[in-house]
Design a protein around this ligand. Structure first.
Ligand code: CDP
Length: 808
């Protein structure tokens, strides 16, 4: 057959891996054609709204719904009493705890759901919420986790036995009614011994403040129970739709095949849409009770006050080294404030997520980590906000400890990192706290980064600036923020990663149509990451059909194969691998068909870009398109018609992306305003599927890192009032605050991933937070600063300068 295109043109035509293909979903999003939960409008649909607690800790003496029910348009007002006969007044959390769906006798945090009003429209529902009378008796509030562990105030009375003893929790023994678990990794005694004998020890306490993913679209759901055929359809802001289906089935008793869960377009998740919220449960119950569809969509304040927060880790570290700077041991203890219910979204065996990656990118021979989870009168959550299960906390911890050790050693922090990096030849590397890092080349990345910014030149400039400041010539100091991070993404091997007993594999199903186009469905769900674009690119390269001819579908449990969803950058490492493997199954069958058509043995044809070619005879070939047609329309001896494949992929290990970030910052000590002069980000995510999408992910992740490091916080007062529950107080950066990012990369493929790809979505956040924070801290290092806590907002920066006597 004659072929007009060169091989290069055929490769380009595929738009496969490595190509900066434009995002196919953007045509829809930029023209207002996205279809979000709030766009779902069904005939006769009712609207739900919550009565929420104004108190952080109070007993509920009575709830009077009469006035609300009397309001025209109100259909129902549900309280815990209505849910109790169904066994739905409490629900399981992803962390093995349970959570009140509607307040059962008491409330434990401000904004907690007390009653659910169902009405003809959203405004009537909101008016009726005002008419529900709740009689509260205020109780003593505990917002400090250290106080909670000493307090006589019992928050979770359901977690204390009748005789006053404290039974075990989901993660073992508890030592106080407000204690949730103790989780340990590594060798405690050996670590303490090494630190005790060390030449140099640096100690620091740091608070990684409570913050919130704050996606632009808040959480919501529409439940529609069809009483005739017994089917429940649930649209919702779900990062893991299949998990929601299984949990909904277990809770409601509705058989799983009668539940269809649909995640339509999602306006950002960042971990916030992983958990199960009372609103989802109440919309389902209300639809079952009323027999019509019920919508619940929260507003911004509800989202910030009551849905899953992130971080809130009090970390205490000790790091030991020789006088020359070789690290010998690391000790970390965390007091983790989980709020009123333990609703962390972590794999079951890891109650503190992957915090045990806190040895970072360094070859640390011995280490210990202990984490104590604590109940307080705050909203539940503890999700991985743009990170893989507490990795952001881990990386922040080690990258601060390195800086603090550098101060103690009076050494340059860039050099200290170089001395301690895990070396290229040490991979696969067995870390002291249990993980096996798959691949890395840290020194090369670090050298590239330092050279790109002229690190030596920057340090010379900084030294001059210090002189100038001391001489009264300037009021601006200069900080050089460094961070070198190792991520752990792609949860995960089923052998050690499950959520509520559900193994964390993922899946892809491909159906090739006779004309050589295809639809592929996956168990993941994009929330802005561009899966429709990039998964098609993986498949294009694997099966030899243009990405333009491949539709990607996710998020509908009636059509997509079972998968554990999208969070923690697991899509590429797990579902991306499933896509490649399913593609290879297609290719294996296609090869047999091609060989039959070419009248040669299977082994005598080989795959080349978009076709099967007879070995040694390139003019004899069958394109994948021709093969697809034959698969359906030609009787091929020994083969079933059709061209379809499915792969359920259980990864053998996580993937370990890494990166080197450098931030240059000027700080006005009189206003506390930081000015980011330069931000350089080098990422290594293994094989790069779409460089443009990667760059977009990095820009977004860095911006969320900037937010968290420089001001974004969920703060409480002593009475448990949320002080930052609106976008007036909760910092969400705009183009105004965001600097110009310079991106760069190295490529160190994952040895176990079918295409060598590692995740990238969370990396910029994980590496970015310590980088921004280190820049602030570094600016004040020459003036005596060792550590100050985030968020570094203008006031706190001013305060640091003031404490250091720089305003005198
Ligand atoms: O799980 P999530 O989609 O949030 O994160 P990810 O797996 O890191 O992927 C984010 C986006 O970056 C997806 O569109 C990936 O296909 C793309 N990506 C890439 O192009 N190359 C990589 N090596 C990793 C991710």
């Amino acid at each position: 057959m004659k072929d007009e295109m060169t091989r290069e043109e055929r490769v380009a035509n595929l738009k496969g891996m490595g190509c900066s293909r434009k995002r196919v979903e953007d045509a829809r999003f930029t023209q207002g054609k996205g279809n979000y939960v709030d766009d779902v409008k069904l005939p006769g649909m009712l609207h739900g709204d919550f009565v929420r607690s104004p108190y952080a800790h109070a007993r509920i003496k009575s709830i009077n719904i009469d006035a609300a029910m009397a309001l025209p348009g109100v259909t129902a007002v549900l309280t815990a009493k209505d849910l109790e006969p169904l066994g739905l007044h409490w629900m399981p959390t992803l962390a093995g705890d349970k959570q009140m769906v509607l307040a059962d006798g008491k409330v434990l945090f401000q904004g907690q759901e007390v009653a659910f009003v169902v009405a003809s429209d959203r405004y009537v529902a909101a008016d009726a919420v005002e008419l529900v009378e709740v009689d509260y008796e205020e109780l003593e509030v505990v917002v400090d986790p250290f106080e909670a562990l000493k307090s006589d105030v019992v928050l979770r009375e359901d977690m204390v036995a009748e005789d006053g003893s404290v039974p075990n929790g989901a993660h073992g023994p508890r030592n106080h009614p407000n204690h949730i678990f103790t989780w340990e990794a590594g060798e405690k005694e050996a670590t303490e011994q090494v630190i005790g004998d060390a030449e140099v020890v640096a100690t620091e306490e740091m608070y990684y403040h409570r913050t919130h993913p704050c996606p632009l679209e808040t959480c919501g759901s529409v439940a529609s129970m069809d009483k005739v055929n017994g089917k429940l359809t649930l649209w919702g802001t779900f990062q893991a739709p299949h998990v929601v289906r299984t949990v909904a089935s277990l809770l409601s008793g509705i058989e799983e095949h009668n539940i269809r869960v649909i995640s339509p377009d999602i306006g950002g998740g960042f971990g916030n849409k992983v958990g199960v919220y009372p609103g989802y449960v109440c919309s389902i119950v209300a639809s079952i009770v009323t027999g019509v569809p019920v919508k619940w969509v929260e507003d911004r304040m509800e989202n910030l006050m009551s849905t899953a927060f992130a971080r809130d880790y009090w970390m205490k570290g000790q790091i030991s080294a020789t006088k020359e700077g070789k690290i010998t041991g690391l000790h970390c203890h965390v007091t983790a404030d989980h709020g009123a219910f333990d609703a962390c979204a972590d794999p079951t065996k890891f109650p503190a997520g992957f915090m045990n990656i806190c040895t970072g990118s360094y070859d640390i021979p011995v280490a210990y980590l202990g984490v104590d989870g604590v109940y307080t009168n705050k909203a539940p959550g503890g999700v991985s906000y743009r990170c893989s299960f507490r990795v952001t906390e881990a990386v922040y911890f080690i990258e601060r400890m390195i800086e603090v050790l550098a101060i103690k050693l009076n050494m340059d922090p860039a050099e200290l990192r170089s001395i301690n990096f895990i070396k290229k030849e040490q991979f696969p590397y067995q870390a002291a706290l249990g993980w096996e890092y798959d691949s890395g080349d840290y020194q090369t990345a670090w050298d590239k980064a330092l050279e790109a910014v002229d690190y030596k030149g920057l340090r010379a400039e900084q030294a001059q600036r210090v002189e100038d400041f001391k001489a009264g010539k300037t009021r601006k100091v200069m900080g050089i923020g460094l961070s070198f991070f190792t991520e752990i993404v792609g949860a995960g091997p089923v052998k050690n990663c499950d959520i509520l007993g559900m193994g964390m594999f993922d899946s892809c199903e491909i159906r090739i149509h006779p004309t050589g186009s295809a639809v592929a469905r996956l168990g993941t769900i994009s929330q802005g990451q561009g899966h429709a674009t990039t998964f098609a690119q993986i498949l294009a390269t694997e099966i030899g059909l243009s990405a333009e001819s491949i539709t990607i579908e996710e998020g509908d449990t009636d059509t997509a194969p079972y998968g554990l969803g999208t969070y923690g950058s697991r899509s590429t490492p797990v579902a991306g691998a499933a896509a490649a493997m399913a593609g290879r199954k297609i290719r294996a069958k296609a090869q047999m068909i091609a060989a039959y058509l070419l009248e040669v043995h299977d082994n005598d044809v080989e795959f080349d870009v978009d076709r099967f070619v007879v070995k040694g005879s390139p003019e004899q070939f069958k394109t994948m398109k021709e093969v697809a047609y034959a698969a359906y329309n030609q009787a091929i001896p020994g083969l079933e018609p059709g061209l379809e494949a499915v792969s359920y992929y259980d990864p053998p290990n996580m993937t370990y992306p890494f990166g080197a970030y450098i931030c240059v910052m000027d700080i006005d000590v009189d206003t506390g305003v930081p000015e980011i002069r330069r931000f350089y980000a080098l990422d290594d995510c293994g094989t790069r599927i779409n460089p443009m999408v990667i760059e977009g992910q990095i820009h977004g992740g860095l911006t969320e890192a900037l937010a968290v490091a420089l001001g974004q916080e969920i703060a409480y007062d002593d009475l448990g009032n949320v002080k930052t529950g609106t976008l007036m107080d909760f910092f969400l950066p705009t183009a105004w605050e965001v600097p110009n990012y310079e991106t760069d990369y190295t490529v160190t493929p994952s040895p176990h991933h079918p295409i060598g790809a590692k995740g990238v979505g969370e990396s910029p956040h994980v590496g970015g937070v310590p980088c921004f924070s280190n820049a602030v801290q570094d600016a004040f290092r020459p003036f005596g600063n060792t550590h100050t806590n985030m968020p570094h907002d203008h006031w706190r920066i001013w305060q640091t300068a003031n404490d250091l006597g720089m305003h005198d």
